[in-house]
Design a protein around this ligand. Structure first.
Ligand SMILES: [Zn+2]
Ligand SMILES: [Zn+2]
Length: 441
């Protein structure tokens, strides 16, 4: 059978199940759950896998579900990813009354595409070489860090991002190529886009520790932690002229505690900040400059500074050949004028981490309105969001695994990972640290 014939069979299956896919997505939207708590959402994915007779393992990185379909011949493994989690925005009309969770990042559409693609590929897998993994992954939104710390303390996870944890647990070891599509609402209508990359980041929590004293009677007995931060902030700003334009650096601190009482010299000041940039190298370089600036503030007034780092996500590196295959299929279904190449986006995702170690892509599909994460975000065209988008995924898999899976093999053999898995995990660990710094004569 030709690739076109296979795609037509898959299309028919997807179209026949359109109502079921719509209902599935609707049900996910109605019961949003935050990261590492997506029990009901995962159960819905499992039910569909059972109906489709897709073998799966569940409870991966707490809630992940990994289904697999084998082809008629041996070959590489392509994974289609969909994120299970919602975020918190209590202003959204569909937010859960108790938890505040809401699907304002469109992850429900990814899940609908995942089961749509599984429905379409099921009957044609025998014609393909290799395997397809349908992977519903937990916890993409980097939120509720206290809860994640608790899971970490209980030994249930080591890393705060779902894909980070799955990489660590070896759940991507048997996967060669990765495709996931994310919702976008920047371009209205039936549009798809692929960006030049994204920012990665490190999250930092900082405490300046001075000495409290009466601000009127004996300020000379105090060590002013707020002054330490002021100097640190000026020192951070003094680094900005060294940031390269192409690194798209963002350093954005907030003060979460500036002192206790206006008549007491601040003895403790708490700060949170992100260091974002376009490459791992740049993130590390800027991070060390920021650390230096924080220490300079402490040094100037004789305070101490405690720095706690949590690795955020790494920048996306969309694989070029995979991008081309996906783009051709998007063009076939949507028309050339509706498939856009856009600049890097300022946000971050743990799909970035995966693209540092495996060939992968993270394109965007439209048919949503309202900004991502905002109270207005909603799906406006379900056929595009779930059905047509699933067909793009199916065609991409067919292209990769057709014949002897030559296209997939070519991409795998050409691929030069930015990091090996071991290097990646070492990097995360090297970015996870707590230091208490104090100047000594
Ligand atoms: Zn999001
Ligand atoms: Zn998202």
């Amino acid at each position: 059978m030709t690739k076109i014939e296979l795609a037509k069979i898959a299309d028919k299956q997807i179209e026949k199940n359109q109502e079921k896919i719509f209902n599935f997505a609707g049900s996910i939207i109605r019961e949003p759950e935050e990261g590492f708590r997506e029990e009901k959402t995962a159960a819905k994915v499992k039910t569909i896998f059972d109906e489709l007779n897709i073998e799966y393992r569940a409870g991966l990185a707490v809630t992940g579900v990994k289904g697999v379909l084998a082809g008629g011949k041996k070959g590489p493994t392509v994974a289609i990813l969909a994120e299970l989690d919602a975020l918190i925005n209590r202003d959204h009309p569909l937010a859960d009354k108790d938890s505040g969770a809401v699907h304002a990042c469109g992850h429900f559409a990814q899940l609908a595409q995942l089961i749509g693609a599984a429905t379409g590929l099921k009957d044609i897998m025998k014609e393909l070489a290799g395997r397809v993994v349908f992977f519903a992954v937990p916890s993409e939104e980097f939120i509720n860090l206290e809860f994640r710390q608790q899971l970490k303390d209980e030994g249930k996870i080591k890393y705060f991002g779902g894909k980070q944890e799955l990489i660590y647990q070896g759940e991507f070891d048997d996967i060669d190529l990765i495709v996931m599509q994310h919702a976008q609402s920047d371009y209205p209508g039936r549009k798809a886009s692929i960006s030049a990359g994204s920012n990665g980041f490190i999250g930092k929590r900082v405490r300046f520790l001075g000495r409290a004293a009466h601000a009127g009677v004996a300020p000379f007995k105090g060590i002013n932690a707020l002054n330490a931060f002021n100097i640190a902030l000026a020192a951070i700003h003094a680094q900005r002229e060294t940031f390269k334009d192409e690194d798209a650096v963002r350093v954005h601190p907030i003060v979460t505690k500036g002192g206790d009482s206006v008549n007491v010299v601040p003895g403790e000041v708490k700060v949170e900040l992100y260091v974002r940039a376009r490459s791992v190298e740049a993130i590390k370089e800027i991070n060390s400059k920021v650390d230096r600036a924080l220490k300079a503030g402490a040094m100037a007034v004789g305070a101490r500074v405690e720095i706690t780092n949590t690795p955020g996500y790494l920048p996306i590196e969309n694989n070029e050949k995979l991008t081309r295959i996906w783009t051709d299929n998007a063009v076939e279904l949507l028309g050339r004028e509706n498939v856009l190449s856009v600049g890097a986006f300022g946000g971050s995702t743990d799909m970035g981490d995966l693209t540092q170690i495996k060939p992968g892509i993270h394109p965007f599909v439209g048919s949503f309105s309202g900004d991502l994460h905002s109270k207005d975000f909603e799906v406006v065209d379900r056929e595009m969001a779930y059905i047509i988008s699933a067909k793009i995924l199916v065609r991409t898999v067919i292209d990769l695994l057709y014949g002897q899976a030559d296209k997939a093999r070519e991409i795998i053999s050409d691929f030069q990972p930015a990091l090996s898995k071991e290097e990646y995990l070492n990097l995360l660990d090297s970015l996870t640290y707590q230091t208490l710094w104090q100047y000594r004569e």
